[in-house]
Design a protein around this ligand. Structure first.
Ligand code: RP5
Length: 179
């Protein structure tokens, strides 16, 4: 049962990991963490085990290759990759694994995240990355749950319930709208 997963004891530098993770959340820098944490929170909410760590396309290229090449055989089923600026991490990971990759453009300090968005979304023919909006780690988590739902029907039910909860929130606002 997915709900039984509990975080492994933290080990220095390893980020967070659950036993037998299905989703890999990676980011180019610890400065991306505030944007990527909402993805982790969504996976927590749906009871999906994940691992979360730093992999930098430019600063740790060998770690990137090792991570991407081993992802499928380690049991991961999808990867969420966030990066800012010249954001090559999601695309390079997608080039080295057959798993679906979700890219999160992180807003940097200079170009409002448009540089990250273009770097991630403009992939060449043959190597797709599913790109979410700038800084929208939450949607990356939700998309990962939907991807997993293709083979895990209980996640489809949980996503239906989530959508209903969003609907209810809006309907409450409709009832309470004061102009
Ligand atoms: C990218 O450069 C990272 O993904 C991050 O968004 C950005 C800045 O990194 P730091 O200089 O804060 O480590 O590679």
């Amino acid at each position: 049962e997915l709900g039984q997963y509990a975080p492994l004891p933290p080990s220095p530098g390893s980020g967070r990991s659950y036993r037998d993770p299905l989703v890999g959340i990676i980011m180019g820098s610890d400065s991306d963490l505030p944007v990527m944490l909402p993805a982790a929170r969504i996976l927590d909410r749906f009871g999906v085990p994940y691992e979360l760590t730093i992999v930098s396309a430019h600063r740790t290229p060998e770690r990137l290759v090792e991570y991407a090449r081993s992802a499928a055989s380690r049991g991961l089923r999808t990867i969420i990759a966030g990066a800012g600026g010249a954001a090559h991490l999601p695309g390079m990971v997608a080039a080295m694994t057959a798993l679906p990759v979700i890219g999160v453009p992180v807003k940097g300090s200079s170009l409002d995240g448009v540089d990250s968005l273009y770097s991630i979304v403009q992939m060449p023919r043959g190597i797709p990355v599913a790109t979410v909006a700038i800084n929208n780690g939450m949607n990356a988590g939700l998309l990962a749950v939907r991807i997993l739902g293709a083979g895990m029907p209980h996640l489809v039910g949980a996503m239906d319930a989530y959508l209903k909860s969003l609907e209810s929130e809006v309907l409450v606002k409709v009832d309470n709208l004061e102009v």
